[in-house]
Design a protein around this ligand. Structure first.
Ligand code: SAM
Length: 244
């Protein structure tokens, strides 16, 4: 079993370092770690190191770095998911699944039938979930939570190169696997960006807007999946196509 992990945004190559208050509380208050225990630290930007607890004070834990390990556990082809977020606890299920599957960016999407419109505090809560999930799955890059955007901005975006697709249960024979497979067979597979609609689905106007902007529509099969399940299924198909 790997040692417990803590986020240290400014990770030195060697020597002593202090965990911040939240991470110190987690180490001592929750995990009950002691001086001498081995831990793993990561900086959220790819850096990782093995360390040991050398001192425990009231609000801070001091570590000493034994060795940098810096493993890359990211997807070969980055994946951005634009998602009309579900409500409540289902956001946690969504974020945990996407972090484990290596999704690069999560963009909260404002749609006509959307229910959860995340504000500053809600975004911070999502970012905290990303950190906790990254500790659990040993991911060294934090999945980025982008500022929320309206669907109109999405369809007008001109950033290249990206394969853009949206999940919609109706009126298409193409599957996510078929489109992603075709992309993966190109000599230079592109960044992939995929949109998932709200509980009420994309409106006809939104579907037309995305199609007019060149977004490819695909189906995940004949059953209707909830938002978080659709997003996790997409991330899983995408992850399964990555070169090892
Ligand atoms: N009542 C909605 C409708 O008719 O579109 C269902 C929306 S579903 C709960 C939420 C989102 O998940 C959809 O907008 C779509 O992006 C995605 N989704 C769910 N099931 C899907 C499927 N079988 N194929 C493609 N996308 C799906």
């Amino acid at each position: 079993m790997s040692p417990p992990r803590f986020l240290v945004p400014q990770l030195p190559n060697s020597g002593p370092l202090d965990l911040d208050e939240a991470e110190s509380r987690h180490a001592c208050g929750v995990l009950r770690l002691q001086v001498g225990d081995a831990v793993e630290v990561f900086d959220g930007q790819g850096g990782e190191a093995q360390a040991r607890i050398v001192q425990i004070q009231k609000r801070s834990v001091e570590l000493n770095i034994d060795a940098r390990t810096d493993a890359n556990r990211e997807l070969h082809w980055p994946l951005t998911l634009d998602i009309a977020l579900p409500k409540g606890d289902r956001q946690k299920t969504l974020v945990e699944g996407l972090v484990q599957l290596g999704v690069t960016n999560l963009v909260p999407l404002h749609c006509q039938r959307g229910v959860a419109q995340p504000t500053g505090k809600a975004i911070l809560r999502l970012e905290r979930m990303v950190i906790e999930a990254s500790k659990q799955c040993r991911r060294n890059h934090l999945m980025r939570i982008a500022p929320p955007i309206p669907l109109a901005n999405l369809s007008q975006s001109t950033t290249e190169p990206t394969l853009r697709m949206f999940a919609h249960p109706y009126g298409t024979a193409a599957t996510a696997r078929q489109i992603l497979d075709a992309n993966a067979s190109l000599p230079n597979p592109k960044n992939v960006e995929i949109a998932v609609g709200p509980e009420g689905g994309f409106t006809a106007a939104e579907v037309a807007e995305l199609q007019d902007s060149g977004w490819l529509q695909f189906s995940l099969g004949p059953r209707i999946l909830r938002i978080e399940m659709a997003a996790i299924a997409i991330a899983s198909i995408h992850a399964s196509l990555q070169p090892q």
